[in-house]
Design a protein around this ligand. Structure first.
Ligand SMILES: [Mg+2]
Length: 233
């Protein structure tokens, strides 16, 4: 069972650090982790350590950085990005740091397989100028190696080929590959995992309107929790 975090297990918050699991939801996940009928894997765009800190669960499978890092329950980690691609990210990070001189509120975050430019709290004028400049840099230098992902108050550049779907497939194989897959996700970064799950089981899209390959739809994280808790014996 693959589960996205933000927007799937918890409601989206303005500040990512506020998107905390309630005690009730954490108990449900804990119960499912000890149920041998299921093998759970948590898959998020967040850094792996941040994801594990938000989950605060016993050792489990987890995927961070949009699918770039797989952490096994025993702590072993797998990075699904090659060294040359990491060098490309370094170059982009340096260039984006220059863009950040447009406004003091802009900042660059380096992750395992992506670089993110944050503009929360930046006035619309400088924010627009920074995004335009970042896109220009991307088009000129990184179009072939990175994928651009505009999100809420962040523009993120991710190594091409790094997806949650690929990570889900990898975890599925590492765990024997015979169990059917169920995946829950709520946004564009989940589409690859939704497609993989539909080929090997079922996917659930979390949102009002399903425009994905998922054959099931749940309206919000609350309804995901209701479904998960109904699975407990
Ligand atoms: Mg999400």
């Amino acid at each position: 069972m693959g589960l996205d975090y933000d927007g799937t297990l918890v409601e989206i918050c303005n500040r990512p650090e506020d998107a905390k699991l309630s005690r009730e939801r954490r108990t449900t996940l804990r119960d499912l982790l000890t149920d041998e009928r299921f093998l759970m894997v948590f898959i998020s765009g967040r850094r792996i350590d941040e994801l594990l800190r938000m989950l605060r669960l016993p050792p489990c499978w987890a995927v961070g950085d949009h699918g770039a890092v797989i952490r096994q329950p025993d702590g072993a980690e797998h990075l699904l990005v090659s060294g040359t691609k990491l060098h490309v990210l370094d170059r982009l990070r340096t260039m984006l740091k220059e863009v950040c001189s447009l406004d003091g509120g802009l900042w660059v975050e380096a992750k395992a397989a992506s670089v993110a430019m944050h503009y929360r709290g930046v006035p619309p004028g400088p924010a627009r100028a920074a995004i335009a400049r970042a896109r220009e840099i991307y088009q000129k230098n990184f179009r072939k190696t990175l994928v651009i992902m505009p999100m809420k108050k962040v523009v993120e550049f991710i190594v091409a080929g790094v997806t949650k779907g690929r990570a889900l497939q990898r975890v599925h194989r590492m765990t024997g590959g015979r169990m059917p897959v169920v995946y829950f996700g709520d946004d564009a970064t989940d589409f690859s995992a939704i497609e993989y799950a539909e080929r090997h089981g079922r996917a659930v899209f979390v949102g009002r309107e399903n425009k994905t390959a998922a054959s099931c739809l749940l309206p919000n994280p609350k309804s995901v929790h209701q479904l998960l808790s109904s699975l407990i014996k």
